[in-house]
Design a protein around this ligand. Structure first.
Ligand code: ZN
Length: 257
């Protein structure tokens, strides 16, 4: 069974597919000329209605902070807290080689009421990670938690005059599904904790402004092998490390030291 993430920006995905086909054709021409196939990346991003790329801004009136503060739901079991969450934060920090994320904090017990209040009036610089044990938060956002949805990641752009400026974000993990760990005891590397790690890694990509990517890195030959798929692929494929495609996106948008 495929475990799906919420599919966002389907029109952007189509545009991306068209762009990817163009890129492949152009690079094919380069390969003939250079004799070397250039690696291609297919990462993509959320856009505003005007086509601007959405990305986090720092040191602005919308978000004065210099880092994202990840606030995790206090209901998350002690494991994956201890090892999985720090590793996933580090994975994105290392990708861009910019310390996007501060250490995880566990300061809020989250529910549909305070999650929706945060969405409507977010605290600048904060990423909320909701542990939705009964699906009520997803349901309040119009998402059916009873299927195979693992999570949702939403960048928040509170300034209507600057719709590309992401200044906060919310991420909801569907803890009502048996795919995610219901207790520390059920969190194993091969089981639910692996799914937790991948889901968090993927949804954090959305909260950074990245949309789905379907083809990943392609070199001299197109490969659909799972090892070639980006984390931003729309279906879960169980990895806790970013693919070259995801890293290329992180570096392009957030810089590389
Ligand atoms: Zn997704």
């Amino acid at each position: 069974m495929n475990r799906s993430f919420v599919s966002e920006k389907s029109s952007a995905g189509r545009d991306r597919a068209q762009q990817w086909r163009r890129s492949l054709w152009i690079a094919g021409g380069l390969a003939l000329f250079l004799g070397v196939a250039q690696p291609l990346f297919a990462w993509y991003y959320f856009t505003t209605a005007a086509g601007e790329r959405q990305r986090w801004v720092f040191g602005t009136s919308c978000n004065a902070a210099t880092q994202i503060t990840p606030i995790f739901d206090t209901d998350i079991p002690t494991q994956p807290r201890a090892t999985v969450i720090p590793a996933i934060l580090t994975e994105w920090n290392n990708a861009a080689n910019v310390s996007l994320y501060a250490s995880a904090q566990y300061t809020v017990s989250m529910n549909a009421s305070n999650a929706n209040a945060f969405i409507n009036s977010p605290t600048s610089g904060e990423l909320w990670v909701v542990w939705d044990t009964d699906g009520s938060v997803l349901r309040s956002l119009g998402v059916d938690p009873s299927g195979t949805i693992l999570g949702v990641g939403l960048p928040l752009t509170p300034n209507p005059a600057a719709p590309a400026d992401v200044c906060a974000a919310i991420l909801i993990l569907n803890a009502s599904t048996s795919f995610l760990p219901t207790s520390a005891a059920t969190c194993t590397t091969a089981g639910t904790c692996q799914t937790f790690a991948f889901t968090l890694l993927h949804e954090m990509g959305h909260t950074l402004g990245f949309a789905h990517a379907v083809s990943g890195r392609n070199g001299s030959a197109f490969s659909t092998a799972i090892s070639n798929l980006p984390v931003m692929y729309p279906f879960a494929h169980s990895t806790n490390t970013l693919a070259p495609d995801d890293i290329a996106g992180a570096r392009a948008v957030y810089g590389f030291n």
